[in-house]
Write a protein that binds this ligand. Structure first.
Ligand code: DGJ
Length: 546
């Protein structure tokens, strides 16, 4: 090493030490700037390469020992794990965090972060994660009633003792997290409750208290909040909001039951989050079960934080930092877009595992998400890394891990785009524009026979230097054009390399030429294996037409 290199090394090391000391006591936080949100940990943006555990996979210490090393080996950097109310407070007022402590210890050894999912009063609308002393005392902890007046396995969101005890348990959890983890910050964020909402015909709690409140006037706070936010309202809410009305029915018409439930769930969850933040102010979010077409409120959880009436939550629950969709329906992009609203960062806590490798590229690249997390990742075998028809999650996270600094910087400058294509997509090709060029992708075909090689493909494009792009993906063939909105020049390919990181540096594994670029005219990705391609383009003046 030359002297100048030694000096540079020490300066960098000192910078890293002072940098981490400087930010040691800053809590993880969501920073919203220029329309993009990032999760900041120890002063630096962090990309969550996450996975959520199955519901029965975080109930023993042995499960931590077997699952967490496996996920760390598959390049996950964050695990979303349930913490059940019944597990931490089996007897009223007696808390037991020993299981969580073990999970945190193993996560630290594996250099993993955790997001805690508070399965408190509700999990998928129902209340079966509440302790037995809560569920068995229906006088103290009232249930929601069905349209027939029968008690449901759903705690009423109007139960005062339910709120007090849920908030007390949650704040004990947050206090414990602060006392045991604030210096290490293994735990990054917390989801408050899980897929809240009322399941039952009519979509509204019919208990006497609920009926009485439903007949009364809409609270002024909600009315004024909505009047001030007319421009932000979803089309569904705007279509039903009649500000001159006084009662729920007058003001919201056919949507009255659902908006009523949304308001009261929002007020409840806000107070739980507020109590928790008093102890330890980590970012807190709530997740939604999404409606499917033609479903009525009550067939999906009525009053949950889904996009139709989300503005009601944003007024009623200021302690919630953001709202997240659990996306199991096929139209992944549509549901992500419904949550791309000002001030709501994109974090997908649950998604179908089988389509997640490609959807992850969309979430990070097109929606500038700071995190993505397929559901049930503990079911992945370690051999998942060797792909079936799509690359595996391990391949995607391995690649994005190498890329995270570049990706985070590019997200913040709006220099990323992404798309996913399926054989069933309504269009055979899709185009994104970046850095003055159009990237037109279609599903990969063989060369020269042109037969379809794959049913799905995806790419995440990052603009590096001028005219230089990183394309992460597989299953696509990409054509390049000059974007006519930039100038009237024509585009050409200078060079396409397949690259990977070795010893911290990008290296060219293969220069793609000849047949592998359709004679210099296209990027032909591998049909099934995920790769990073560095594409260098040029543009030139259009010849004058005689
Ligand atoms: C959504 C829930 O939030 C999860 O806990 C799990 O039940 C999944 N659905 C799928 O089973």
């Amino acid at each position: 090493m030359t002297l100048s290199r030694v000096i540079a090394f020490f300066i960098a090391a000192l910078g890293a030490i002072f940098g981490s000391l400087l930010h040691a006591d800053e809590l993880p936080a969501i920073k919203n700037e220029n329309g993009w949100a990032q999760l900041i940990i120890h002063g630096k943006p962090f990309l969550i390469l996450g996975g959520e555990l199955g519901n029965s996979s975080a109930g023993t210490a042995a499960q931590a020992d077997s699952i967490l090393p496996k996920l760390a080996g598959m390049h996950f950097n964050t695990v979303l794990m349930p913490v059940a109310w019944q597990q931490i407070e089996p007897e009223e007022g007696h808390f037991d965090f020993s299981l969580l402590d073990h999970w945190m210890a193993v996560a630290r050894q594996q250099h993993l972060h955790l997001v805690l999912l508070w399965f408190g009063s509700w999990k998928n609308a129902f209340s079966n994660y509440a302790p037995e002393w809560v569920r068995s005392n229906t006088r103290r902890f009232p249930r929601s009633l069905s349209a027939e007046g029968l008690p449901l396995e759903i705690l009423s969101m109007l139960g005062e003792e339910t709120l007090r005890c849920d908030a007390r348990a949650f704040s004990s959890l947050m206090r414990h997290a602060r006392e045991t983890d604030a210096d290490q910050q293994t735990v990054l964020m917390v989801q408050v409750e899980n897929e809240m909402g009322y399941l039952g015909r009519g979509g509204r709690d019919r208990s006497p208290v609920a009926n009485q409140l439903f007949r009364a006037n809409v609270p002024a706070e909600l009315r004024h909040g909505l009047e001030a936010r007319r421009l932000q309202m979803s089309p569904e809410l705007a279509a039903h909001f009649h500000s001159a009305g006084r009662t729920w029915q007058e003001m919201f018409g056919e949507a009255a039951n659902e908006v009523f439930m949304a308001w009261h769930y929002a007020r409840f969850v806000n107070q739980v989050a507020q109590a928790g933040k008093k102890e330890y102010a980590l970012p807190m979010y709530v997740n939604a079960q999404l409606p499917s077409p033609f479903e009525q409120a009550g067939e999906y959880p009525s009053g949950g934080p889904h996009p139709y009436y989300l503005e009601v939550y944003r007024i009623g629950a200021p302690s919630i930092d953001f709202y997240s969709p659990d996306i199991y329906w096929p139209n992944f992009e549509y549901w992500v877009q419904r949550y791309q609203m000002a001030g709501n960062p994109i974090f997908i806590p649950e998604a179908r595992l089988d389509s997640s490798p490609y959807n992850a590229l969309y979430a990070y690249g097109e929606a500038k998400g700071f995190g993505f997390s397929p559901f049930g990742v503990d079911s992945l075998g370690s051999s998942e890394a060797s792909p079936g028809p799509q690359p595996g999650m391990a391949d995607v996270y391995n690649t994005l891990n190498q890329f995270s600094t570049i990706l985070l910087e590019a997200q913040a400058r709006n220099h990323t785009r992404a798309l996913v294509l399926h054989a069933s997509s309504p269009r055979p090709s899709q185009t994104v524009s970046l850095g003055g060029y159009l990237f037109q992708a279609s599903l990969a075909r063989s060369w020269p026979a042109r037969t379809l090689l794959t049913n799905d493909g995806a790419m995440l494009v990052i603009e590096g230097k001028s005219n230089e792009f990183y394309v992460v993906g597989s299953g696509l063939t990409v054509d390049f054009f000059r974007d006519p909105d930039t100038d009237d020049r024509l585009a050409g390919i200078t060079r396409i390399e397949q690259i990977s990181v070795k010893d911290g540096h990008w290296e060219t594994d293969r220069e793609l030429t000849g047949d592998q670029t359709n004679q210099g005219r296209q990027l032909l990705m591998s049909a099934h294996e995920l790769h990073v391609y560095r594409v260098t383009l040029y543009c030139y003046k259009k010849p004058a037409v005689q």
